[in-house]
Design a binder for this molecule. Structure first.
Ligand code: NAP
Length: 445
């Protein structure tokens, strides 16, 4: 892969050079192996260690199909789905691949005894398959992770409704935590020119998800002046939701779990912050009983900060642990918008607070191509910034995933794939200079 890396780093390889560049028949990626599927049997979620299951090894290059592109990956990032895959929860990743493999001969390529993970990338297009006209070898790109077949009418209003919609690198193979990735060409987006490879690879999945969940009419449709309660406001999703709330004239109430995380969201411009650890909320008295008095104490604190307002929108993803409180504190007629259940997916809430107060719960999942493009445009124009706190080499993907699993990280954790070091890939230094401090905000912690 050295010659591909050299071509990219030289900055002067032409589209023809890329179109003719030799692509080795094997490449290195962060993979899970089918034979490890049972390795955490009997262990609790927190004791399952991604460092034990994630291997970094050589695998064969997949065959390029119609509508697809092979991309030389300069950098990728850890998403929480990398954690789920690597601890084989809530279901084994190989059941996703098996199911996908059944739908077509092209999809069958993904059903292998190994799974190359990763749902983000920045890099350079190497080859495109038949039927791809909008993208050419040599183009610098990022990729969003919605993989769709679009053979059913059901997905043509909103591609996330395609019955065969999957998350690339999570429910499909050949993901971005590797030297080369296989994507559908309709996952490609232009790389933001003012960002390094590792910065450009970090927002994709979470930025697009937060955009649909909070801003899009398919999600909460946030508007100016809305009070938005954001769980995990310095984390992957939350750090983008916070920026969108501030950008969009809303009033974020940021929930974090340490003074350091409070400082980060404060530096982003948030003023209303709750440190859930310092406040010591215990929404559950025991495993099966919630404590409405704690919901009330939480709601009272929110009102103290907002001057009496309840949240118009609650940006939910912790799930079981917080969902009862989230439904309770939302204002009459307000919206709870959820995209995940990190602490457990069997939610419990008091339905009286939902129906009597005419609240709505909206489910949201990733983003369609248009939403991902709109979210990427915010990054490209410097309205929303990456929240990368550190980057690991590909060989240490397991450690990177471990830190996200243990909530030891801030913002996003990046992974260098072909890029030999951090700091490379900026082609618009002027725009960068304008936003340098905001881009580096999560680095200084
Ligand atoms: P992340 O970087 O780990 O951030 C999540 C933050 O939530 C944590 O940093 C933590 O912040 C807070 N949190 C975690 N457990 C909590 C709990 N029990 N109670 C309250 N707060 C808690 O992860 P992420 O990338 O934001 O992803 C969060 C979840 O969304 C994951 O389950 C992920 O799989 C899911 N997700 C879904 C989609 C989708 O398309 N459906 C897309 C992206 C992510 P503090 O400790 O500071 O409070």
């Amino acid at each position: 892969m050295q010659h591909i890396r050299d071509a990219i780093l030289s900055g002067n390889a032409t589209p023809d050079d890329y179109a003719n560049i030799e692509i080795p028949d094997h490449y290195v990626g962060a993979v899970l192996r089918k034979e490890d599927e049972q390795m955490f049997e009997g262990l609790s979620t927190k004791d399952r260690d991604p460092r034990k299951s994630l291997r970094v090894e050589s695998v064969p290059l997949p065959e390029l199909g119609p509508g697809e592109a092979l991309v030389a990956v300069m950098a990728s990032s850890i998403n929480y789905n990398t954690v789920w895959s690597s601890i084989f929860e809530p279901v084994s990743t190989f059941s996703f691949l098996r199911r996908y493999g059944k739908i077509s001969p092209l999809a069958k390529r993904h059903d292998l005894p190994y799974h190359v993970l990763g749902s983000d990338l920045s890099g350079v297009v190497l080859r495109t398959g038949p039927g791809v006209h909008a993208w050419k070898p040599g183009q610098e790109v990022v990729a969003h992770c919605a993989s769709v077949e679009l053979e059913s009418p059901l997905g043509h209003n909103d591609t996330m409704l395609d019955p065969e919609q999957r998350i690339w690198g999570f429910e499909t193979n050949f993901g971005g935590l590797a030297q080369v990735a296989l994507v559908k060409a309709n996952q490609l987006l232009d790389k933001p020119k003012h960002l390094t490879w590792e910065e450009a690879a970090s927002p994709g999945l979470v930025n697009s998800t937060a955009y649909r969940q909070l801003v899009s009419r398919n999600g909460a449709g946030m508007k100016q002046g809305d009070v938005v309660l954001i769980w995990g406001a310095s984390g992957g999703l939350g750090s983008y939701a916070t920026q969108m709330a501030l950008n969009g004239g809303a009033i974020p109430v940021c929930i974090v779990s340490s003074p350091a995380k409070a400082d980060i969201v404060r530096s982003m411009g948030a003023e209303l912050i709750i440190d859930r650890s310092a406040e010591g909320y215990r929404f559950w008295k025991d495993e099966s009983t919630q404590d409405p008095k704690e919901w009330q104490r939480f709601g009272k604190r929110i009102r103290e900060l907002t001057g009496g307002d309840d949240p118009d929108i609650v940006f939910e993803h912790p799930g079981r642990e917080t969902f009862g409180a989230s439904v309770y504190v939302t204002r009459k007629g307000g919206t709870i918008v959820t995209c995940a259940s990190t602490s457990g997916f069997m939610h419990e809430y008091d339905n009286r607070y939902l129906w009597m107060s005419l609240k709505r719960i909206i489910g949201s999942h990733f983003a369609n191509y248009r939403e991902a493009w709109e979210a990427n445009r915010l990054i490209q124009r410097g309205y929303v910034h990456p929240t990368l706190s550190k980057a690991y080499p590909l060989a240490e993907t397991g450690q990177a995933a471990y830190e996200v699993h243990r909530n030891m990280h801030q913002g996003k954790v990046g992974v260098l794939c072909l890029s030999p070091e951090e700091g490379l890939g900026v082609t618009d230094p002027e725009l960068r200079a304008k936003h340098e401090s905001a881009i580096n905000r999560f680095r200084d912690i």
